[in-house]
Design a protein around this ligand. Structure first.
Ligand code: DAK
Length: 257
């Protein structure tokens, strides 16, 4: 059992992962990232798990990489940093991840939130890339994913000043898709996750991949991927079931085939 995570479910296709290092505001040390990576390894091939909700506490989603751990690493330690593989593992998880963000999402915490496919936040959420205050810079996508999400102007301001933005500003900028009352953030994320979990899994998987292509490639390549993925789905039993259920005016029963 992981020490730094609370795992609940799967229930109705949703696995709930709660970061649980309250003494350090969920700072992401190697151990925690390793546990998260191992849970996702298992979740990828568990057909009972269709979506993942990732959350922290009301005070902090995560306050960044563990600064004490980072302070102990020299140049070679950074080059051989095992956390890199954990971050890559999170990034290539094929099922949708919904981040339910309350409190601080700073540095690696903001970057972890941006590894999710849907970000929703409580009214008290604060986002920032404060690495510049430590004499470093973002190292897990903060210059790339943030820029794609909110544009160069705001990303540059956040990364160069280290200043935090509110949930309201994050919504306005397109970093998150919804704001909820803080105590309802996780509930709302689970609701979204359950809705997605009720859809045809292969269609969900390919849709996630196709939407990510929009920021990973040029338009022609993205459109080509979309056309191929659409064609692949035409061979699935779930497509036949979805269309038939509509014609028969009933709810579809998807099987993942
Ligand atoms: N690391 C370790 N401990 C932390 C922490 C962190 N990032 N953030 C908070 N804590 C600890 C505090 O030290 C304190 O511990 P005690 O003193 O009680 O033992 C406890 O959590 C409560 O924090 P505070 O007392 O400071 O609480 P406040 O409400 O006053 O302030 C705060 C909350 C979030 C504003 C403040 O704690 C803060 O500024 N924290 C640091 C935020 C930060 O600078 N984050 C960025 C870290 S750098 C990479 C991947 C990722 C990264 C790098 C490389 N590769 C794959 C190569 C990421 C880098 C980063 O994230």
């Amino acid at each position: 059992m992981p020490d730094n995570l609370i795992i609940q479910g799967p229930e109705k296709g949703v696995l709930l992962i709660t970061l649980n290092r309250p003494q350090a505001l969920n700072a992401l040390n190697t151990e925690l990232l390793g546990e998260l990576s191992a849970v996702l390894d298992a979740a990828e091939f568990d057909t009972e798990i269709r979506t993942v909700v990732l959350t922290g506490s009301e005070r902090a989603f995560a306050a960044g990489a563990d600064i004490n751990e980072m302070a102990a690493r020299d140049l070679v330690g950074i080059l051989e940093d095992p956390r890199v593989a954990h971050w890559q593992r999170i990034a290539r998880f094929p099922k949708p991840i919904i981040a339910a963000i309350n409190g601080f999402a700073l540095g690696g915490g903001c970057e972890l939130a941006m590894h999710a496919d849907i970000l929703i936040a409580g009214e008290n959420a604060r986002f920032g890339q404060p690495e510049i205050n430590l004499g470093i810079m973002p190292g897990a996508g903060g210059t790339q994913r943030l820029t794609r999400a909110v544009g160069t102007a705001l990303a540059m301001q956040m990364a160069l000043t280290g200043e935090q933005i509110s949930a309201q500003r994050a919504l306005q900028a397109g970093l998150i898709s919804e704001i909820c009352p803080t105590e309802l953030t996780v509930e709302r994320a689970i609701q979204i996750a359950e809705t997605i979990a009720s859809k045809a899994p292969l269609a969900v998987r390919l849709t996630k991949e196709a939407v990510h292509k929009a920021s990973d490639t040029d338009l022609a390549t993205g459109l080509r991927f979309e056309r191929h993925a659409f064609t692949v789905l035409s061979g699935t039993a779930d497509r036949a079931e979805g269309l038939k259920a509509f014609q028969e005016k009933r709810k579809p029963k998807f099987t993942g085939c």
